[in-house]
Write a protein that binds this ligand. Structure first.
Ligand SMILES: NC(=O)c1ccc[n+]([C@@H]2O[C@H](COP(=O)([O-])OP(=O)(O)OC[C@H]3O[C@@H](n4cnc5c(N)ncnc54)[C@H](OP(=O)(O)O)[C@@H]3O)[C@@H](O)[C@H]2O)c1
Length: 334
């Protein structure tokens, strides 16, 4: 019998790939979802579904106890559920931080602490690098956004626990099939627009979702514990290289627009105003602007590489794979 693994946020982009990776590795795989979650990418008959309500500790404890009675306790948990966009700062805090605290407490309360609890955090909890030096796990924390701060708070909480074996994964920007943010940038280039905010030489890092899953399982199955692991494909790119790669893949000519920061800041203010009125997450806000303006998002991922991680994709091959998927699915014209 394989080991039991619970993956929260299983209905989302990264979660659905984590579920596929767990099945491939013969885990008894439990997809943690909400009753409203889409199951579009969770159609393998071997997947067990577990509805979890992180907002109510008693409900959470009952669901966990019930699952453990029926299937045995979870050997591993990947807590991937989270929000990357929200209508206000409080929502980031509630979902990324408070839900994590409630989840950990429910596991402790029910005595269902797993062998390892993997928390999917983000590079945003570190903030940008100094000068041109890649960000390391020793980097002084300076998140620029409420999103980054909520992830950092959850990390600090994990470090404050006792007898709770955790590992924190900090992925850089993740792309691949099913993803919608990088898709939006690709779509912009398909429409012949190449847009930069401030400058075209921002340093960026990326990871293909399949490689991220490989790195997460590799570290989960390793003896490494109670630390952060930064994940990228080992390379640092400029925003110009990123756009040029997409342009070449799509064989498109573009109009290059370098938008002045002041103009985009004004758009951000308007977007925040509309968001407050509509209750939807803003497309851009002043804090996200700081991320666009930061010069350096390069990552030193030597710690995960020392565990034997070798990414299958660089940006060139990863974007080819991703764009091919978008075309097959009709998201992009063939
Ligand atoms: N994408 C990236 O580039 C990136 C980079 C670094 C870190 N991350 C982290 O990776 C994780 C997954 O991100 P993603 O890009 O895959 O996002 P996603 O596609 O939006 O998926 C988010 C998942 O979290 C679930 N979720 C959201 N709020 C929840 C709540 N209140 N209770 C229970 N489940 C909830 C969603 O469930 P529903 O389907 O029911 O809404 C969904 O399954 C997040 O923690 C994110 O911070 C992402």
């Amino acid at each position: 019998m394989g080991k039991n693994i619970l993956i929260t946020g299983a209905s989302g982009f990264i979660g659905s790939f984590l579920v596929e990776e767990a099945i491939k590795r013969n885990y008894n795989t439990f997809a943690g979802i909400r009753n409203t979650s889409s199951r579009k990418y969770l159609n393998d008959p071997r997947v067990h579904f577990l509805e979890l309500d992180f907002s109510k500790e008693m409900c959470l404890e009952n669901s966990l106890r019930d699952a453990a009675t029926r299937f045995g306790s979870f050997d591993y948990i990947i807590h991937n559920a989270g929000v990357t966009r929200a209508k206000d700062n409080e929502t980031f805090n509630r979902i990324n931080y408070e839900n994590t605290v409630r989840f950990v407490e429910a596991l402790q309360q029910t005595k269902l602490v797993p062998q390892k609890f993997i928390y999917i955090s983000s590079l945003a909890s570190f903030g940008p690098g100094n000068n041109d030096d890649p960000i390391t796990s020793q980097h002084t924390r300076s998140p620029l956004t409420a999103y980054g701060r909520s992830k950092l708070k959850a990390e600090q909480y994990l470090y404050s626990t006792t007898d709770f074996p955790f590992l924190i994964i900090n992925p850089t920007a993740v792309y691949g099939p099913r993803e919608k943010d990088v898709f939006f940038l690709i779509k912009t280039i398909e429409r012949h627009m190449e847009i930069y905010i401030g400058n075209s030489q921002q340093l960026l890092s990326f990871i293909h979702v399949e490689d991220l899953c490989e790195a997460i399982f590799l570290s989960m199955e390793s003896p490494v514990i109670n630390q952060n692991l930064l994940i990228s494909d080992k390379h640092v790119y400029t925003s110009k290289t990123f756009n040029s790669t997409i342009k070449t893949k799509l064989n498109k000519k573009t109009l290059c627009l370098v938008l002045p920061v002041k103009i985009v800041r004004l758009v951000a203010v308007i977007s925040e105003f509309i968001s407050r009125k509509s209750g939807n997450a803003p497309i851009i806000n002043r804090e996200r602007m700081k991320e666009f303006e930061a010069k350096n998002w390069g990552v030193d991922c030597s710690e995960i590489c020392n565990l034997g991680f070798t990414p299958k994709y660089n940006l060139d091959s990863g974007l080819t794979h991703t764009i091919d998927w978008y075309k097959e699915q009709g998201w992009l014209k063939k």
